[in-house]
Every structure is written in C-alpha cells, then in structure tokens.
Ligand binder design. Structure first.
Ligand code: SF4
Length: 696
C-alpha cells in the first residue's frame, strides 16, 4: 500500500519500498483500486465520510497475505481506527471485512523484522541520520516495545557531532516570541476555545520553560519507579478491570457505600450537580456559624466552584495544599491536576508570598528567598494559623471503599492529615465514580497511583477514615456524593472508560500538546488529555464552543494511553468525541465548507477510479498553468520529486515493468501467492540468510 500522500508528494518512497521488497524476494502487487486509509476523515471526526473510504480499502486489499505500507500512521489507522468506522457504519459485512483485513496491514519495518526476519537490509547512510520513531509506530503499532535494530548504520555513517537538546528542536520555540446541568468551576467561565487560548500560551516563553522543566522531571521520576515493578502491566489491567466491574454495577456499590457510611455515623447527601453540592456544603458550614473553612486539595470541589460559592455565603475557603495556596494567593487558575501551580517558578512564588500572605493572615518573613525550604516554611507558618482556627474542613476523596464506608485521601505534605483530624466538622465531596467495592480492590490503586502521579513508591500520607470515632477527629462527618455529569459519561459507550480515571496526571506529563500550552488553555480544572475527554463527557458536546474544541486538542499520538495506570484509551475516546462534535454541528453555517470538503474527499477516495480521474484532471491543469508561467514562485525552486517514470500509481497504470508493476489482482476466494522469498533465501550481496518460512 503506497499512501495517498506518498503517491502524490513523495513517490520515491513508494518506489524504494517496492524495490526493496522485490530485492528481498517478495512478490509485490500494487492494487490500483487503493486510495487512502481514511485518516483525514477519522482524525477530524467525520466518521460517516470515512465509511466509503474504509470500504474501498478493505475491498482493494482483500485476499492478500500482507498489506505493507511505509507509514506507521496509515498502518495504525487501519489496525485501530477502521474498526471504529466499521462499527459506526452499522454494516456487519464491513465489520467482518475490516476484522479480516486490518490485522494483515503492516508498517514496512514490522514486515521486514516480524515477517521476513530481516534486520539488516544493507542500508548505507553517507550522511547524518536522525532516527525519529513516529508516534504511531511506537504506540499504535507497539514498535516501541521492541529493540531498536539499526545495527550497522552508525558505523557506516557520518555520526552527528553533537546531540541537539530536545527543547531546541525546530518548531519548539514560540512563534514571534443554567439550566440544571453540569457546571464547572466559575473561575474558568468565559475562557476562549482551545485554539485561541493555546496561541496565547505558546507565545509565553517563561511558561514553556517552566512546563518543560517540571513535566520532564516528573516524567523521569515516574519512568524510574514504574520500571521497578515487574508486573506493572498486570497491575494496569487489574486497575482497569476493577473500575469497569464497579462502573457496571455502580448503583449497587453506591447504595452499599451509603449504608456503610451511615452505619458509622456519617451523614450522606446526594448532589445531582454543582449547584446542589455547593448548597449542601454552604448549609452545613453556615449551621456551624463558620466564616472560614480549610480545604484539602480536591478536584471535585474545584470542579463545582465551591470556593466561589462559599464566598457568596460570606465563608472564606482556604486552600492548604502548597500548590493550591500559590494559585489562590496569586489570584490565579490551576493548570495541572497534581501540581496546580506548575506554570510558576520559584521566583514568582516568592513574590506572590511576599505580596499576598500578609493581606489574608500571617505575612511571609521579610527576608524570604526563593529557596524551596524557605518557601515551604513560610507556607507552613501561614497555614498553621488557619488549621488551628477553622471549625470546618472540606475535602474530596481519592477513593471510597463501599464495604466499610471508608474514605481515602493520599497526599504528600501532611496538610490533608491536619484538615482531616483537627476541625470539629468534616465535609467530603466525593465523585460517584470514586467508589471501590473492597479493601483488596483499593490495594491495586494504592500501588498504581503514587508511582504514576508523584513518581514515588508510596505516598507520604495516606489517610483513611470511616464515619465518626468518638473523641478522635471530627465529631460530625458529612459526605456529599456528586454526580455533575458522571451518569451522562457513564451512558456513553466509548467514553465511560474515562470514569476509571484516578487523577494521577501522568497523561498530562507525557502529552506534547500540554507541555507546550500548559493547563489554562483547556479552560477547565481538568486540563491535558483527560480534560480533553472528561469535560465534553461531563458537560455534553454541542453545548459551547470551548468544550467542543477540546477533543481536537490532541495529536492522537497515544502517549497518554501508554502512561495511564488504568488504561484509558484516550485517543479512541477523542476520535469518538470528535465524531459527536461533528454530528452536533452538521448543517450549521460555520461548518458547511469543512463538511463539503470532507464529503468531496470521501467521494474521491471512495473509489480508485475516481481518484485516477481527478489525478488526470489535476495533472492536466498543472501542466497548463506551468506552460502559462502561472506557477512561478518558491515551488519552482524545489528539487524535482517525482522519479523518472512517474508515481507508483502511474507506472502501475501503464503496466510498466519495474517497481510498481506489473498489475495483478488476486482472484476472489483464492489466496494469492504468499510473500515469496527467493529460492535459497537471503540477500546474497550481504550474506544475511532469511529464515525459512512455512509454505515458502
Ligand atoms: S486519564 Fe489516566 S493518566 Fe490521565 S489522570 Fe486519569 S488515570 Fe491518570
């Protein structure tokens, strides 16, 4: 399979592949009916338009032993996205055809190594070589799991004298230097759509430096501690299975949790949305005449905009997590799930402390420096007064164990332990997806979470509490079980896996988009890859432009899936959400041109014969324009790309002997000749014998 882009723009690549395979003794055919794998439609969410293209693909390649392509993304698309398109079509025949064809689609190096057993094709590089494993090869095709096999190339090549720092790579520098529904925190209200917000963020060099340093550090720590665990993949599978099993019977587990909590003296409240949850917390705090509450870091309370809601009731909510404190004192917005102030550097933090602490409590020391120990000391002294004065604390929970009515908070600073034990009243706002049935289920997540989030083997503080214990800790405990769109997400067949999320933030730290834009561009307390799927799932698509832009805030590289401890297939959910966004806007004026272009592309790529006709027309037009001198410009300075004899498609059409011909299509129902090795096998020129293959 020569990809449509290769065929049109880089035909030498296709030609070289055919030459190589022929030299290895492979019987190569070039089905003329082939057009495109359908990625342009799938990646933009036009799944209906992708159906005829995928149908053409499976028809063109039906019956071949292997479909080989010099493109990781095309092979990845065929293997992982064609199934999504086929299911969307509702045609069982297409689903069967895709299931039969997709596994036989291989990227060239997969075919060489895994099928032919060839690890050295005798390539010589008389120049500097940069090896870039594509994201799709690494992740969609799993090529990253194997050993890198470029055994001799470096000995023959002029090895690059120096290694460029990754951050200096081209393209990495900044350019030019209510109804009753789901409500997210009010602080992000009015944020522009992702492309607009991202553009502004990309122009901030300081932000990008802070992010690159912070995410790079966390990534390295995580990789080191995850690498220590032999059965990490089994743990991931177990975590995903427990969450899926629990979500299937969520109603039963929640009722059991309510019963267990009640039996231990906690008061359970149910909140359908942010408004209800905030009202419950405000009512409890007001009943105790509280004017100040201390807070444990909690995504759920940020999601519902609790601080702003309490302020309307005259209650101050004080964040006690160090990073949250920095955000609060800086009148800022959180930009990371785990490290909300990741966009700030130490100097900025010192300035915020020096300027703001004295306005709301104990001031920072006059000689405060930006040393981490001094900054932490200033925060500790400032917060100590808040802990000792507050009668009411508010927390979230990382997990809620149904069998014993136990809430669990994991943290690193000890501020959570202070909030959970010192005040008289504790109110915990807990998303309904946080429930786990048993303590043995909890065990799996307590092993997955710290390594994935902070890159530690275990959390410094793991606090568990079950209702009220007389004379020990808060004597009044309220638990608010929060929906706020979670049941909507649960109803989404593809997207419900997002409810497995344990908010570790590993997907943020590996995401190339997040690393460059930071979290604010996502316009939500949930940024990064998980935010790109969770926000639309909780709020629904077609509601506002900002939410609809989020599923497109990704390159679909798959790094998030690799890092996710509960195996959320974020790329697949993104594609499905993009399709929902497209469906929600079909026919609307702003999307007509794009939809028409996709329809046109689907028509052209749905049949090889149509594409051929278009190519002929385009070729004639180009020749005409060239003769009239209309195409003068930079393009004329480019080296000629088309090889002598034309593109593989043209050579094939002419029946030319050579790399792309001759034309031959296997008869339906008959297996064609297998990829044949030359009798005797091997590459005589280099003497690398090919392993014998059955049937050869
Ligand atoms: S999606 Fe996965 S990696 Fe991302 S925060 Fe959730 S659990 Fe962590």
């Amino acid at each position: 399979m020569v990809t449509c882009l290769n065929d049109a723009l880089f035909p030498n690549v296709g030609k070289a592949v055919v030459t190589l395979l022929r030299r290895l003794g492979v019987d190569v055919d070039f089905p003329e009916a082939q057009t495109c794998c359908g990625q342009p439609m799938v990646n933009t969410g036009y799944l209906d338009e992708a159906v005829p293209v995928v149908r053409n693909f499976v028809s063109a390649f039906e019956g071949y032993d292997h479909v080989v392509t010099p493109s990781g993304s095309c092979a990845g698309s065929a293997r992982h996205q064609h199934g999504i398109v086929a299911r969307r079509s509702g045609d069982p025949g297409l689903e069967r055809a895709v299931a039969e064809t997709s596994p036989r689609v291989l990227e060239l190096t997969e075919f060489l190594v895994d099928v032919l057993g060839v690890t050295d094709v005798g390539a010589v590089f008389p120049h500097r070589v940069a090896y870039h494993p594509t994201c799709h090869s690494l992740r969609m095709l799993g090529a990253g799991g194997g050993r890198l096999l470029v055994p001799d190339a470096h000995r023959r090549a002029d090895v690059a004298a120096g290694v460029r720092r990754t951050r200096d790579a081209p393209g990495r520098g900044a350019r030019g230097h209510r109804t009753r529904g789901v409500v997210m925190t009010g602080t992000f209200v009015g944020m522009p759509a992702f492309p607009t917000a991202a553009k502004a963020a990309l122009a901030d060099d300081q932000l990008r430096r802070n992010l690159a340093l912070a995410t790079g550090t966390i990534r390295s720590k995580r990789a080191a501690v995850v690498g220590e665990v032999d059965n990490w993949e089994e743990l991931r599978l177990a975590g995903a299975a427990i969450k899926d099993r629990t979500l299937r019977h969520l109603d039963e587990h929640l009722l059991r949790l309510e019963e267990s909590l009640g039996a231990r003296g906690a008061v359970v409240h149910w909140a359908r949305d942010a408004e209800e949850a905030c009202a419950i917390v405000a009512e409890v705090a007001t009943a105790h005449r509280a004017t100040d509450v201390v807070k444990v870091k909690s995504m759920a309370t940020q999601e519902i905009g609790l601080n702003e809601a309490l302020a309307e009731h005259g209650i101050n909510a004080w964040e006690t997590d160090l990073a949250e404190l920095i955000v609060q004192l800086g009148h800022d917005l959180p930009s990371h799930i785990l490290v909300p102030a990741i966009h700030r550097n130490r100097t900025e933090i010192r300035d915020i402390f020096a300027r703001e602490m004295g306005l709301v409590g104990r001031p920072a020391p006059a000689d405060l420096t930006d040393e981490p120990a001094r900054l932490a000391e200033a925060a500790r002294l400032h917060l100590r007064e808040k802990f000792l004065a507050a009668k009411v604390a508010v927390s979230g929970a990382n997990f809620a164990v149904a069998e014993s009515g136990t809430l669990v908070v994991v943290e690193s600073e000890g501020n959570g332990r202070m909030c959970l034990t010192l005040p008289e009243v504790l109110i915990s706002v807990v998303g309904i997806e946080k429930v786990v049935p048993t303590w043995s289920d909890l065990d799996v997540f307590l092993r997955l979470l710290p390594r994935s989030s902070t890159g530690e083997r275990m959390n410094p503080y793991t606090s568990t509490w079950s209702g009220v214990t007389t004379g020990d800790g808060p004597q009044e405990v309220h638990v608010v079980l929060l929906d706020n769109g979670r049941t909507r997400a649960l109803a989404d067949e593809v997207g419900r896996q997002a409810l497995r999320c344990i908010r570790c933030s590993a997907c943020l730290n590996v995401c190339p988009v997040y690393e460059r834009t930071g979290g604010h561009a996502y316009g939500s307390v949930y940024p990064g890859p998980i935010g790109a799927i969770l926000n639309p799932l909780l709020k629904g698509v077609g509601v506002d432009e900002q939410t609809d832009s989020l599923p497109y805030a990704s390159t679909l590289c798959g790094a998030c899936f690799d890092a996710c401890p509960v195996r959320i297939d974020i790329p697949s959910v993104l594609v499905d959400l993009r399709a929902q966004v497209v469906d929600a806007h079909r026919g609307s004026s702003g999307h007509r041109a794009e939809a028409a272009a996709m329809k046109g592309a689907a028509w052209a790529l749905g049949r090889g014969s149509r594409l051929r006709r278009l190519e002929r027309v385009a070729g004639a037009g180009a020749r005409l324009l060239t003769r009239r001198g209309r195409t003068r410009g930079p393009a004329d300075e480019r080296p000629r790309r088309h090889p002598p004899g034309g593109t593989p498609r043209r050579r094939h059409r002419r029946g030319a002997a050579g790399p792309a011909g001759p034309r031959r299509r296997p008869q339906r129902g008959r297996r064609p000749a297998r990829a044949l090795h030359r009798a005797g096998g091997g590459l005589p020129r280099h003497g690398h014998p090919l392993p014998p293959r059955p049937g050869c």
